[in-house]
Design a protein around this ligand. Structure first.
Ligand code: HEC
Ligand code: HEC
Length: 222
Protein backbone atom coordinates (compact mmCIF):
# COMPACT_ATOMS: atom_id res chain seq x y z
CA UNK A 1 0.00 0.00 0.00
CA UNK A 2 2.80 2.43 0.90
CA UNK A 3 4.76 1.58 -2.20
CA UNK A 4 1.56 1.93 -4.24
CA UNK A 5 0.87 5.34 -2.76
CA UNK A 6 4.34 6.64 -3.70
CA UNK A 7 3.96 5.33 -7.22
CA UNK A 8 0.45 6.74 -7.50
CA UNK A 9 1.45 10.22 -6.35
CA UNK A 10 4.35 10.15 -8.78
CA UNK A 11 2.58 8.81 -11.89
CA UNK A 12 -1.15 9.34 -11.46
CA UNK A 13 -1.72 12.08 -8.88
CA UNK A 14 -1.28 14.92 -11.33
CA UNK A 15 -4.47 13.84 -13.12
CA UNK A 16 -6.44 11.81 -10.56
CA UNK A 17 -5.49 13.82 -7.46
CA UNK A 18 -2.88 12.56 -4.96
CA UNK A 19 -5.64 11.04 -2.82
CA UNK A 20 -7.38 9.55 -5.92
CA UNK A 21 -10.56 11.57 -5.41
CA UNK A 22 -10.18 13.17 -8.82
CA UNK A 23 -8.80 16.33 -10.29
CA UNK A 24 -8.50 16.86 -14.06
CA UNK A 25 -9.20 13.11 -14.42
CA UNK A 26 -12.05 11.16 -12.75
CA UNK A 27 -12.39 10.23 -9.11
CA UNK A 28 -11.07 6.66 -8.83
CA UNK A 29 -12.80 6.02 -5.50
CA UNK A 30 -16.21 6.07 -7.07
CA UNK A 31 -14.91 4.24 -10.14
CA UNK A 32 -16.66 0.95 -10.83
CA UNK A 33 -13.44 -0.30 -12.48
CA UNK A 34 -11.70 0.10 -9.15
CA UNK A 35 -14.61 -1.30 -7.17
CA UNK A 36 -14.69 -4.45 -9.31
CA UNK A 37 -10.93 -4.88 -9.23
CA UNK A 38 -9.15 -7.74 -7.48
CA UNK A 39 -5.38 -7.43 -7.19
CA UNK A 40 -5.15 -5.30 -10.29
CA UNK A 41 -7.12 -7.54 -12.69
CA UNK A 42 -9.36 -4.65 -13.82
CA UNK A 43 -7.17 -1.61 -13.25
CA UNK A 44 -3.99 -3.32 -14.57
CA UNK A 45 -5.13 -3.42 -18.21
CA UNK A 46 -6.39 0.20 -17.95
CA UNK A 47 -3.04 1.35 -16.53
CA UNK A 48 -1.03 -0.51 -19.17
CA UNK A 49 -3.06 0.51 -22.23
CA UNK A 50 -4.24 3.87 -20.93
CA UNK A 51 -7.16 5.54 -22.66
CA UNK A 52 -5.16 7.54 -25.18
CA UNK A 53 -8.24 8.95 -26.91
CA UNK A 54 -9.54 10.25 -23.54
CA UNK A 55 -6.28 11.72 -22.30
CA UNK A 56 -4.76 8.93 -20.23
CA UNK A 57 -1.40 7.60 -21.39
CA UNK A 58 -0.45 3.93 -20.86
CA UNK A 59 2.16 3.05 -18.22
CA UNK A 60 4.42 0.01 -18.75
CA UNK A 61 4.33 -1.07 -15.09
CA UNK A 62 5.25 -4.51 -13.74
CA UNK A 63 2.70 -6.87 -12.17
CA UNK A 64 4.15 -6.05 -8.75
CA UNK A 65 3.79 -2.29 -9.30
CA UNK A 66 0.20 -2.72 -10.47
CA UNK A 67 -0.59 -4.84 -7.41
CA UNK A 68 0.91 -2.06 -5.22
CA UNK A 69 -1.22 0.62 -6.90
CA UNK A 70 -4.32 -1.60 -6.64
CA UNK A 71 -3.63 -2.09 -2.91
CA UNK A 72 -3.36 1.67 -2.47
CA UNK A 73 -6.62 2.35 -4.39
CA UNK A 74 -8.51 -0.30 -2.40
CA UNK A 75 -7.26 1.22 0.84
CA UNK A 76 -8.61 4.61 -0.30
CA UNK A 77 -12.02 3.07 -1.14
CA UNK A 78 -12.15 1.40 2.26
CA UNK A 79 -11.20 4.64 4.00
CA UNK A 80 -13.95 6.42 2.06
CA UNK A 81 -16.54 3.80 3.05
CA UNK A 82 -15.61 4.06 6.69
CA UNK A 83 -15.73 7.81 6.67
CA UNK A 84 -18.96 8.16 4.68
CA UNK A 85 -21.14 8.41 7.75
CA UNK A 86 -18.61 10.28 9.86
CA UNK A 87 -17.11 13.64 9.18
CA UNK A 88 -14.07 12.96 7.08
CA UNK A 89 -12.57 12.39 3.68
CA UNK A 90 -15.69 11.44 1.82
CA UNK A 91 -18.79 13.09 3.17
CA UNK A 92 -22.27 12.16 1.99
CA UNK A 93 -22.65 15.73 0.71
CA UNK A 94 -20.15 14.95 -1.99
CA UNK A 95 -22.51 12.30 -3.37
CA UNK A 96 -25.77 14.11 -2.68
CA UNK A 97 -25.84 16.41 -5.65
CA UNK A 98 -29.20 15.30 -7.07
CA UNK A 99 -32.78 16.29 -6.43
CA UNK A 100 -34.81 13.75 -4.43
CA UNK A 101 -38.21 14.91 -5.78
CA UNK A 102 -36.98 14.55 -9.37
CA UNK A 103 -35.58 11.14 -8.44
CA UNK A 104 -38.96 10.04 -7.05
CA UNK A 105 -40.72 11.22 -10.21
CA UNK A 106 -38.24 9.32 -12.39
CA UNK A 107 -38.51 6.21 -10.18
CA UNK A 108 -42.31 6.17 -10.44
CA UNK A 109 -42.51 7.44 -13.99
CA UNK A 110 -40.08 7.44 -16.89
CA UNK A 111 -37.54 5.18 -15.15
CA UNK A 112 -40.07 2.35 -14.83
CA UNK A 113 -38.46 1.23 -11.57
CA UNK A 114 -41.81 0.51 -9.90
CA UNK A 115 -42.32 -2.29 -12.41
CA UNK A 116 -39.99 -4.33 -10.21
CA UNK A 117 -39.35 -2.32 -7.03
CA UNK A 118 -41.37 -0.38 -4.49
CA UNK A 119 -40.40 2.30 -1.97
CA UNK A 120 -42.57 0.61 0.66
CA UNK A 121 -41.69 -2.98 -0.31
CA UNK A 122 -38.20 -4.21 -1.23
CA UNK A 123 -36.73 -0.69 -1.03
CA UNK A 124 -38.25 0.28 2.33
CA UNK A 125 -35.34 1.59 4.39
CA UNK A 126 -32.80 1.03 1.62
CA UNK A 127 -31.09 4.33 2.43
CA UNK A 128 -30.17 2.98 5.85
CA UNK A 129 -29.21 -0.46 4.59
CA UNK A 130 -26.08 0.49 2.64
CA UNK A 131 -23.26 2.98 2.97
CA UNK A 132 -24.02 5.87 0.58
CA UNK A 133 -21.21 5.02 -1.80
CA UNK A 134 -22.33 1.38 -1.95
CA UNK A 135 -25.95 2.34 -2.60
CA UNK A 136 -24.86 4.55 -5.46
CA UNK A 137 -22.99 1.75 -7.18
CA UNK A 138 -25.81 -0.76 -6.50
CA UNK A 139 -28.23 1.40 -8.45
CA UNK A 140 -25.99 0.88 -11.46
CA UNK A 141 -24.59 -2.58 -10.78
CA UNK A 142 -26.74 -4.56 -8.38
CA UNK A 143 -25.06 -7.65 -7.02
CA UNK A 144 -26.70 -10.82 -5.89
CA UNK A 145 -29.07 -12.18 -8.47
CA UNK A 146 -27.53 -15.15 -10.35
CA UNK A 147 -28.31 -16.13 -13.92
CA UNK A 148 -29.83 -19.49 -14.69
CA UNK A 149 -29.23 -21.50 -17.84
CA UNK A 150 -30.93 -24.34 -19.66
CA UNK A 151 -28.65 -26.52 -21.77
CA UNK A 152 -30.00 -28.89 -24.40
CA UNK A 153 -27.45 -31.50 -25.58
CA UNK A 154 -27.95 -33.41 -28.85
CA UNK A 155 -29.60 -36.24 -26.89
CA UNK A 156 -32.43 -33.76 -26.35
CA UNK A 157 -32.73 -34.10 -22.56
CA UNK A 158 -32.19 -30.63 -21.17
CA UNK A 159 -30.51 -29.67 -17.88
CA UNK A 160 -31.27 -26.46 -15.98
CA UNK A 161 -29.21 -24.86 -13.24
CA UNK A 162 -27.28 -21.84 -12.02
CA UNK A 163 -24.89 -20.51 -14.63
CA UNK A 164 -21.28 -21.01 -13.54
CA UNK A 165 -19.45 -20.08 -16.73
CA UNK A 166 -20.17 -19.32 -20.36
CA UNK A 167 -17.87 -18.27 -23.19
CA UNK A 168 -17.44 -19.16 -26.86
CA UNK A 169 -16.13 -22.62 -26.02
CA UNK A 170 -17.69 -23.85 -22.80
CA UNK A 171 -20.93 -23.61 -20.90
CA UNK A 172 -21.10 -24.84 -17.30
CA UNK A 173 -23.79 -24.95 -14.66
CA UNK A 174 -24.52 -26.28 -11.20
CA UNK A 175 -27.81 -28.16 -10.88
CA UNK A 176 -30.21 -28.18 -7.92
CA UNK A 177 -28.46 -31.13 -6.27
CA UNK A 178 -25.13 -29.34 -6.46
CA UNK A 179 -23.63 -31.27 -9.42
CA UNK A 180 -21.37 -29.39 -11.80
CA UNK A 181 -21.92 -30.04 -15.53
CA UNK A 182 -20.06 -28.61 -18.49
CA UNK A 183 -20.30 -28.98 -22.27
CA UNK A 184 -18.43 -27.79 -25.35
CA UNK A 185 -20.49 -24.82 -26.42
CA UNK A 186 -20.62 -25.88 -30.09
CA UNK A 187 -22.40 -29.17 -29.28
CA UNK A 188 -25.32 -27.83 -27.25
CA UNK A 189 -27.95 -25.19 -27.20
CA UNK A 190 -27.70 -22.87 -24.18
CA UNK A 191 -30.41 -20.46 -23.10
CA UNK A 192 -29.37 -18.03 -20.38
CA UNK A 193 -31.86 -16.12 -18.32
CA UNK A 194 -30.40 -13.15 -16.48
CA UNK A 195 -32.65 -11.51 -13.88
CA UNK A 196 -30.59 -8.34 -14.18
CA UNK A 197 -30.90 -8.03 -17.93
CA UNK A 198 -33.47 -5.27 -17.60
CA UNK A 199 -31.00 -3.42 -15.38
CA UNK A 200 -28.15 -3.55 -17.81
CA UNK A 201 -30.45 -2.12 -20.46
CA UNK A 202 -31.22 0.77 -18.10
CA UNK A 203 -27.57 1.78 -18.22
CA UNK A 204 -28.28 3.10 -21.70
CA UNK A 205 -31.41 4.91 -20.56
CA UNK A 206 -30.47 7.06 -17.62
CA UNK A 207 -28.61 10.30 -17.81
CA UNK A 208 -26.04 11.35 -15.28
CA UNK A 209 -28.64 13.69 -13.73
CA UNK A 210 -31.17 10.83 -13.42
CA UNK A 211 -28.61 8.79 -11.48
CA UNK A 212 -27.83 11.59 -9.03
CA UNK A 213 -31.56 12.28 -8.57
CA UNK A 214 -32.33 8.58 -8.02
CA UNK A 215 -29.53 8.35 -5.51
CA UNK A 216 -30.84 11.39 -3.60
CA UNK A 217 -34.32 9.80 -3.54
CA UNK A 218 -33.24 6.29 -2.48
CA UNK A 219 -30.76 7.62 0.10
CA UNK A 220 -33.71 9.39 1.75
CA UNK A 221 -35.73 6.14 2.16
CA UNK A 222 -34.69 5.48 5.72
C1 HEC B 1 -2.51 12.66 -18.07
C2 HEC B 1 -3.57 12.36 -17.15
C3 HEC B 1 -3.66 10.96 -16.53
C4 HEC B 1 -2.69 10.24 -15.88
C5 HEC B 1 -1.24 10.66 -15.65
C6 HEC B 1 -3.32 9.04 -15.41
N1 HEC B 1 -4.63 9.00 -15.79
FE1 HEC B 1 -5.96 7.53 -15.37
N2 HEC B 1 -7.38 8.49 -16.49
C7 HEC B 1 -7.23 9.73 -17.06
C8 HEC B 1 -8.46 10.09 -17.75
C9 HEC B 1 -8.73 11.38 -18.50
C10 HEC B 1 -9.35 9.00 -17.54
C11 HEC B 1 -10.79 8.87 -18.01
C12 HEC B 1 -10.81 8.12 -19.30
C13 HEC B 1 -12.24 7.86 -19.74
O1 HEC B 1 -13.07 8.75 -19.66
O2 HEC B 1 -12.47 6.72 -20.15
C14 HEC B 1 -8.62 8.01 -16.75
C15 HEC B 1 -9.17 6.80 -16.33
C16 HEC B 1 -8.57 5.94 -15.43
C17 HEC B 1 -9.17 4.76 -14.90
C18 HEC B 1 -10.55 4.23 -15.24
C19 HEC B 1 -11.58 4.90 -14.41
C20 HEC B 1 -12.96 4.36 -14.73
O3 HEC B 1 -13.74 4.24 -13.80
O4 HEC B 1 -13.25 4.10 -15.90
C21 HEC B 1 -8.30 4.20 -14.02
C22 HEC B 1 -8.49 2.94 -13.17
C23 HEC B 1 -7.12 5.04 -14.03
N3 HEC B 1 -7.32 6.08 -14.90
C24 HEC B 1 -5.99 4.81 -13.26
C25 HEC B 1 -4.81 5.51 -13.40
C26 HEC B 1 -3.59 5.17 -12.72
C27 HEC B 1 -3.43 4.06 -11.70
C28 HEC B 1 -2.64 6.06 -13.16
C29 HEC B 1 -1.17 6.08 -12.81
C30 HEC B 1 -0.41 4.88 -13.07
C31 HEC B 1 -3.29 6.97 -14.08
N4 HEC B 1 -4.60 6.60 -14.21
C32 HEC B 1 -2.66 8.05 -14.69
C33 HEC B 1 -6.09 10.53 -17.04
C34 HEC B 1 -4.88 10.16 -16.48
C1 HEC C 1 -37.35 -5.62 -14.86
C2 HEC C 1 -37.12 -5.54 -13.45
C3 HEC C 1 -36.31 -4.37 -12.92
C4 HEC C 1 -36.48 -3.01 -13.19
C5 HEC C 1 -37.40 -2.34 -14.20
C6 HEC C 1 -35.57 -2.32 -12.30
N1 HEC C 1 -34.89 -3.23 -11.52
FE1 HEC C 1 -33.59 -2.77 -10.00
N2 HEC C 1 -33.31 -4.76 -9.68
C7 HEC C 1 -33.93 -5.79 -10.36
C8 HEC C 1 -33.41 -7.07 -9.87
C9 HEC C 1 -33.81 -8.46 -10.35
C10 HEC C 1 -32.48 -6.74 -8.85
C11 HEC C 1 -31.63 -7.70 -8.04
C12 HEC C 1 -32.31 -8.01 -6.76
C13 HEC C 1 -31.45 -8.91 -5.92
O1 HEC C 1 -30.21 -8.80 -5.98
O2 HEC C 1 -32.02 -9.68 -5.19
C14 HEC C 1 -32.45 -5.28 -8.76
C15 HEC C 1 -31.69 -4.59 -7.84
C16 HEC C 1 -31.67 -3.20 -7.69
C17 HEC C 1 -30.94 -2.48 -6.66
C18 HEC C 1 -30.05 -3.11 -5.61
C19 HEC C 1 -30.88 -3.48 -4.42
C20 HEC C 1 -30.07 -4.14 -3.36
O3 HEC C 1 -30.57 -4.21 -2.21
O4 HEC C 1 -28.95 -4.56 -3.63
C21 HEC C 1 -31.20 -1.14 -6.83
C22 HEC C 1 -30.68 0.02 -5.98
C23 HEC C 1 -32.09 -1.04 -7.97
N3 HEC C 1 -32.38 -2.31 -8.45
C24 HEC C 1 -32.58 0.15 -8.44
C25 HEC C 1 -33.41 0.25 -9.56
C26 HEC C 1 -33.85 1.52 -10.12
C27 HEC C 1 -33.45 2.88 -9.58
C28 HEC C 1 -34.63 1.22 -11.21
C29 HEC C 1 -35.29 2.17 -12.19
C30 HEC C 1 -34.43 3.15 -12.84
C31 HEC C 1 -34.69 -0.25 -11.31
N4 HEC C 1 -33.94 -0.79 -10.30
C32 HEC C 1 -35.43 -0.95 -12.27
C33 HEC C 1 -34.89 -5.68 -11.34
C34 HEC C 1 -35.32 -4.48 -11.88
Amino acid sequence: MDRGQKLFVQSCGFCHGNDATGSRAPDLIRSTSVNHDENGNTVGPIIRSGRPDKGMPGFPLSDAQIADIAAFLHSRVLAALNSASVEGDYPLQKLLTGNAAAGKAFFEGAGGCTGCHSSTGDFAGIGGKYQPIVLQSRILYPGGARSSVTVTPPSGKHVTGTLVHIDEFIVALRDDSGWYHSWPRAQVEAKVSDPLEAHRKLLYVYTDANIHDLFAYLEGLK
